[in-house]
Design a protein around this ligand. Structure first.
Ligand code: NAP
Length: 248
């Protein structure tokens, strides 16, 4: 099978580590970003310097026309994808539900849940043997928040990730006979820039004592799990959610 991978949010954090690790294992990688082109360029440069094949693809995953254009660009430049990692995701500042605006809730679901749906739909249209594809693997990045609820912090985020969990299960069962495996990874507290975007840059280290392993995880530790789920080494896993949390 050709190994062509799209990593949404592949320019920073968990997505960037996944793009680099997958490229080292022979995947041609489309590195998606929405705002920060410099970070995406750097990931692509690192992949090419190591002898791999990668391109940047700009798109807001919440926006259907932009997602369609992104897939057309990948079709033309790398060929039909056989791997998809939905890593693009956002948090907002800590707040109680009775303080949240509807606009905040809608943005959270638009990027985290709707973005995952749109990219997975386009992937299935290209991967499914029913549509003449070669099959493939989809990995959705959820969060352990979907099992904890994130009370007083970001229930909106936790709920959007719970939607990703159930979407992963349902889609996995829907396409199980069409050559496509669909799995998810639920990271715990991982040391990336996402916490700064939620106004708490030190969050991963500040809460380290609440983690059984007493430390936050690294983006690389999540990427290792994701790339395993993309690979044939996990050939009988579908509909699975893998918690990578240091025991949390
Ligand atoms: P991060 O370091 O903040 O990186 C986020 C990435 O997503 C960036 O590449 C960003 O691109 C991209 N992105 C954001 N909104 C986008 C949109 N609308 N369309 C396309 N790309 C978009 O985040 P991270 O910590 O690596 O998180 C990656 C995933 O893991 C997320 O789904 C997150 O919810 C999940 N997760 C993270 C943790 C953690 O502790 N870090 C824990 C559990 C789950 P730009 O730079 O261009 O904006």
């Amino acid at each position: 099978m050709d190994r062509v991978l799209l990593v949404t949010g592949g320019s920073r954090g968990i997505g960037a580590a996944t793009a680099l690790t997958a490229a080292a294992q022979g995947w041609a990688v489309a590195v998606n970003y929405t705002h920060n082109s410099l970070a995406a360029d750097e990931v692509v440069r690192d992949i090419r310097n190591a002898g791999g094949n990668a391109i940047t693809v700009q798109a807001d995953v919440a926006d259907e026309p932009q997602v369609l254009a992104m897939f057309q660009k990948i079709d033309a430049k790398l060929g039909r994808i056989t791997g998809l990692v939905n890593s693009a995701g956002v948090v907002d500042v800590a707040a109680r539900v009775d303080e949240m605006s509807l606009a905040r809730w809608q943005r959270m679901f638009a990027i985290n849940a709707q973005g995952t749906f749109l990219c997975a739909r386009e992937a299935v249209r290209r991967m499914s043997t029913k549509h003449g594809g070669q099959g493939g693997a989809i990995v959705n990045i959820s969060s352990v928040a979907s099992t904890l609820g994130s009370a007083g912090q970001y229930v909106d985020y936790a709920a959007s990730k719970a939607a990703v969990d159930v979407f992963t299960l349902g889609l996995a069962r829907e396409v199980a006979t069409e050559g496509i495996r669909v799995n998810g990874v639920r990271p715990g507290l991982i040391d990336t820039e996402i916490h700064a975007s939620g106004g708490q840059p030190d969050r991963a280290h500040r809460l380290a004592a609440t983690i059984p392993m007493q430390r936050p995880g690294t983006a690389q530790e999540i990427a290792n799990a994701v790339v395993w789920l993309l690979s044939d080494a996990s050939s009988y896993a579908t509909g699975a959610m893998l918690d990578v949390t240091g025991g949390r």
